[in-house]
Write a new protein. Structure first.
Length: 158
């Protein structure tokens, strides 16, 4: 057991363990999280990531308030894997790998082989980036692309 694991056992379990399980250097991410800093993880193998401009979500939720936005995601059947950016100008959803091969929704960007900044898996509040909905601890906890597409379709209605 490494000294880091002894100090922070949660870094080897649950979402923290799953998120770094396919990283070449998982220790780098664990060390950043142990210091309360975000980590940069590679998308494409474990998950892809969809960046969404905050206004697309907040317009339909009729609020920028966290509770209203969270309720909007949950009403669409999205219960996890949603990050709020440090500047609160973007939501990032982690989706199954391969989603970037077919994703083409306007005003979004899907990363399949790129880097994604991920907050400490247990961070659920600002300051900085945080998980609006819980960090995934397995592929079943990723955001379903069909539900995300449905949510985005309703957010662009006027």
């Amino acid at each position: 057991m490494s000294p880091l694991t002894r100090l922070d056992p949660w870094l080897s379990t649950g979402a923290a363990a799953w998120l770094v399980s396919r990283e070449v250097h998982p220790r780098v991410a664990r060390e950043a999280w142990a210091k309360g800093l975000p980590a940069t993880l590679r998308s494409g193998a474990h998950f892809d990531a969809v960046h969404i401009v905050a206004s697309l979500i907040e317009h339909r939720a009729a609020s920028r308030e966290r509770d209203a936005v969270e309720a909007h995601f949950r009403a669409a059947g999205i219960t996890g894997a949603v990050i709020v950016s440090r500047r609160h100008d973007r939501y990032t959803t982690l989706v199954p790998p391969g989603t970037s091969d077919f994703w083409d929704f306007p005003h979004t960007q899907c990363l399949g082989r790129d880097y994604v900044t991920t907050p400490v898996p247990t961070r659920r509040e600002p300051p900085g980036a945080y998980w609006l909905l819980p960090a995934p601890d397995g592929e079943l906890a990723l955001c379903p692309p069909a539900r995300l597409r449905a949510l985005l379709c309703t957010t662009t209605e006027r």
